[in-house]
Ligand binder design. Structure first.
Ligand code: FEO
Length: 145
């Protein structure tokens, strides 16, 4: 059985991943509105990935005999100043998520919850990949000007 504080923290992360999914879907709509179809498709795929992240945590909570929760998430913005501003916002968001994942690992270690710590290692690797990918896009857009 999962400890209550771990369950609560994981449920909070479920909501954050759902928020990220909504954020990237909103960015996808923004890119569509300015006829950047490639960027719109890319953001749509990210939105799906973020929902997968939420479900991964959701299923884990259930597998451990916990109570998985669906929460209300804040609506994301719908406009950005430029494509670069949108990708910079995405990078900023990924860095926030990395910080939250690290905090979750810290909590799991402090609570000697090895299963949760192990499950979260997947997210640690995923964040390295996501930050690198978005950072590369930001750099390219800056180069293009
Ligand atoms: Fe699930 Fe991109 O963080």
């Amino acid at each position: 059985m999962i400890k209550q504080n771990i369950e609560d923290a994981l449920n909070q992360q479920v909501a954050r991943e759902m928020h990220a999914s909504n954020l990237y879907l909103a960015m996808s709509a923004y890119f569509s509105s300015i006829s950047l179809r490639g960027c719109a498709n890319w953001m749509r795929l990210q939105a799906k990935e973020e929902m997968d992240h939420a479900l991964k945590l959701f299923d884990y909570i259930l597998d451990r005999g916990g109570k998985a929760k669906v929460s209300i998430v804040d609506a994301p913005p719908s406009e950005w100043e430029s494509p670069l501003a949108a990708f910079e916002a995405a990078l900023h968001h990924e860095k926030l998520v990395t910080g939250w994942i690290n905090e979750l690992v810290d909590l799991a270690v402090a609570e000697k919850d090895h299963a949760t710590s192990n499950m979260l290692q997947w997210f640690i690797s995923e964040q390295v990949e996501e930050e690198a990918t978005v950072s590369e896009i930001v750099d390219r857009l800056k180069l293009i000007g």
